[in-house]
Every structure is written in structure tokens, then in C-alpha cells.
Design a protein around this ligand. Structure first.
Ligand SMILES: [Zn+2]
Ligand SMILES: [Zn+2]
Length: 134
């Protein structure tokens, strides 16, 4: 996890065990986990972990641009270790979040605007759920 440690140091963040562990976990999952899921996945690795410390850690990582917060669902933030620009599809049936790549997004209408965040969200029924019959 040396590369993860270096990433934190390069941003001027102290690479504590919890920060390294959470960032490493998010970089290695495509599940876009919630606070709850991150907590449940890491609590055996980090016995002192609490949901509050997970929350504080992901907020810090997001503030420094190391992860993205996906707020497609008003009630529940999901966290994404993939910081390349991509779209998200939320399945209304299984609740999974899927990534999709965005190749030619044209936002020339926003010439001279300062863009701070870019979010592209679709929702519907995913292919797995369609296959399983609704
Ligand atoms: Zn689905
Ligand atoms: Zn994503």
C-alpha cells in the first residue's frame, strides 16, 4: 500500500492507518460503498474503527480530491475511489451503482464558467435485473 501512502503524503495528509486503509479499500472496489459498508468491511482490520471515523476519513479524502462522493440518492452518499470522470447508473431494483464511461461530453455552452463538480447520473433497471424478470 506504499503508493496509497505516497498519495496521501503528496497531498500533505498524514498517512494514518485508517486513512491508508480506507483509501486503499475504495481504490480496489467498484461497488461505490456507503459509510456502513466501508465500516463493516474494515472493522476487523481496524478494531478501533467507528462510523464517525469512517465518515471523517472519507470527507477528508474527498476534500483533497482523492475520492469522489456520489450523491445520486438524496438519503445516502456513496464513495468512489475512481476519480476519472465517469457517469453513474443507479438500479432502482438492486440498488447497485454502475460506472459508465463518458467519451464525448459537450459542455461548450458553459464557456467561461468555472466548473467545480461534474456529475452524470442515470437511473433505471440494470441488465441483471431486467434478465431476472421484473
Ligand atoms: Zn439491478
Ligand atoms: Zn463510479
Amino acid at each position: 500500500m506504499q503508493n496509497i501512502t505516497d498519495e496521501l503524503i503528496n497531498k500533505g495528509i498524514k498517512p494514518s492507518f485508517i486513512r491508508v486503509s480506507v483509501l486503499n479499500y475504495l481504490r480496489n472496489t467498484i461497488a461505490h460503498p456507503t459509510i456502513e459498508t466501508i465500516y463493516n468491511s474494515l472493522k476487523t482490520l481496524i478494531p478501533t474503527l467507528s462510523k464517525t471515523s469512517v465518515y471523517n476519513t472519507v470527507e477528508l479524502l474527498a476534500d483533497f480530491g482523492l475520492i469522489n462522493v456520489v450523491t445520486i440518492d438524496k438519503n445516502e452518499s456513496r464513495y468512489d475511489g475512481d476519480i476519472k470522470f465517469h457517469g453513474h447508473f443507479k438500479c432502482e431494483k438492486c440498488n447497485n451503482l454502475y460506472d459508465f464511461s463518458l467519451l464525448d461530453v459537450n459542455y461548450s455552452d458553459l464557456k467561461n464558467f468555472i466548473i467545480n463538480t461534474k456529475d452524470v447520473y442515470f437511473s433505471g433497471i440494470c441488465a441483471n435485473c431486467v434478465k431476472g424478470g421484473v
